[in-house]
Design a protein around this ligand. Sequence first.
Ligand code: NAP
Length: 307
Amino acid sequence: MNETRQVIIIGGGPAGLAAGLYTSRARLSNLLIEKGIMGGLMVLAEVIENYPGFPEGISGYDLAELMHKQATKYGLATLVAEVAGFEVQGKLKVVRTSQGDFAARVVIIAGGSERQKLGVPGEKDFIGKGVSYCATCDATFFEGVPVAIVGGGDSAISEALHLTKYASKVTLIHRRDQLRATRIMQEKAFAEPKMEFRWSSVVESIEGDTTVNRLRLRQVATGEKSTLEVAGIFVSVGFKPNTAYLKGIVPLDAGGLIITNDKMETEIPGVYAAGDIRHNSGRQVITAAGEGAAAAINAEHFVTESG
Ligand code: NAP
């Protein structure tokens, strides 16, 4: 077992980095464990327009870098490792990772979520060959060709708008006849001449030879089938929480999200959750950061009071 700390933070998105900043400034010994790049899913956002303090917007990558820099300035320790297990051993919590086991009095779980798949024939076969889950990463591969995007939320709209800078046409396929995205995002999408909409439609299969050529669609109400010729399809149908390793240990809701009280604390004393991984989270960068800060403040009280 590696050295015991006061606080371990799982996840380096806005919730984890805010918890890192607050626990560092509280002079708690801490360790933030992140499996990939600091910032989590936030780094995929080309521009974040609703994080206070940036009236012109800021790229997710830049905001992540600033948050990381600010937390490390106050002493946040970080480790790149994948978390594979979690155990409560008396007062200690043990986090099992690809780089060994780490123990702490308090754990703040801020591991976020990952992209939901469509689960239709062809999807797996064409990943990287026309099927993508990240427009910010892959849009440039589709210069001058038609693409589709599936989903009706804020992510689908902001990714679709990004795609219009490259693709010849962007067809948004949504399973209902109304978008879920916020009004301002809807207005932008409807004003964009390169965008087309296939309402109340679902993708039944993704087809092609070496790369994607077409989608088979079904109209939900009428059952009518159609084909859409595209060179790529971007899937943006929500997220699923990274909580598989917590099942049976930390209370989860039916969707796998961690249940906490308003102090961000789970039923297990000293185990907190913050950000997209938490039931009832606001699922915004600003709310994730706020929840991370709240979890850290309550974690500090826990460490002080429980000795
Ligand atoms: P979301 O809000 O959960 O939207 C997911 C979309 O995918 C919904 O329109 C949903 O349809 C559709 N969908 C789900 N499963 C599907 C399936 N199997 N087949 C077809 N369509 C399916 O997810 P999100 O857009 O990724 O956003 C997640 C959170 O992040 C939200 O709270 C959002 O506000 C936030 N966010 C905010 C911004 C911003 O600029 N403020 C940017 C990105 C994300 P239904 O509508 O029918 O359920």
